[in-house]
Design a protein. Sequence first.
Length: 367
Amino acid sequence: MLTTILQIDKQGFTGQSLRTLSEARGISERGYRVILACQPESVLEKDAREFSLEVLPLNMKKFFPALIGLLRCIRREKVDLISAHGYRDHILSVAAGIMTGIKVVRTKHNHKALKAGPFSRFIYGRLTDRIIAVSNYTKDNMVKSGLPLEHVTSIHTAINLKDLSPQPKNDELLKSFNVPLDFPVIGSVARLSDRKGMHFLLDAVKILSDEGRHFICFIVGGGGSSSQNKIEILQQRAQTLGISHCLVFTGWREDASQILSLFDIFILPSLDEALGRSLLEAMALGKPVVASRVGGIPEAVDDGKTGILVPPQDAPALAKALAFMLDNPEKTEEMGREGRKRAEELFNEEKMIEKICSLYEELLNQV
């Protein structure tokens, strides 16, 4: 009889939900039965169905109806283990685990320490069988919050390297954005929350533009339910700085990885970051990286070899690093090649799935 894993995630479309989807697919391909519980009519549900995964549409906004639905699924489908990815679905999973006796795993996608003191340690420690941290930095913060070292397992977020590999620029796609084919292209792919540091990227673009450099900077992504508002704020700032001619705001795009393949340099100016999925995708595509030295980013970027790390909230340092790369294309291309090698070594999705399955087996074999 197949082992049945219930993956549960309330998120719609974020780096977190992309990892959840890749986990569900990878675990399923290794012979487990996987059911993915997610918000009805979410992007995650749509994508899961496109990959022929079993889906449990579960409205997690109302706790007790969601818990009843979750319990019915666990009992009906004989679920062996629940793997939760966010706070609300974690609490639901813990409650269901208490009532059914099944194992509960929580993946911690952000790096923030536990806030509720003894209550959080009780939920994450006593009532959860294992915490998976997406980076060593996240693991360290969980341990500092009071969880036992052996209770937290670091399994880096990883990507499908078969789907992402270095490729020539798509000239037609560049033309569709009215970008001159001979202009260097820099840019970022991110959810446009304040913590992504896009204001500092705009300030760096201003410095480079004032130096007389010709380039185009893409900012790809939205800001959740307030996407248009976030984009308009950045556009207004760009207009105030006089750099609108240097920028392309695409908003949220399903083909974000194709746009990323147009970049000569990838930028992640985050103020904090557990790891950064778009960063790993850029490395897989052979792009050199300029990023903030925060959170789990230094675990991915080998400073001076695959990219350049700069202090957060430091536009002049960001501009200096970008100027170096723009002025040294051969060195920049070498960094990109080394970044691809590092992605193959450390951030291969197949290795991530193998580690997750091993952890599940360890927990399921415990008496």
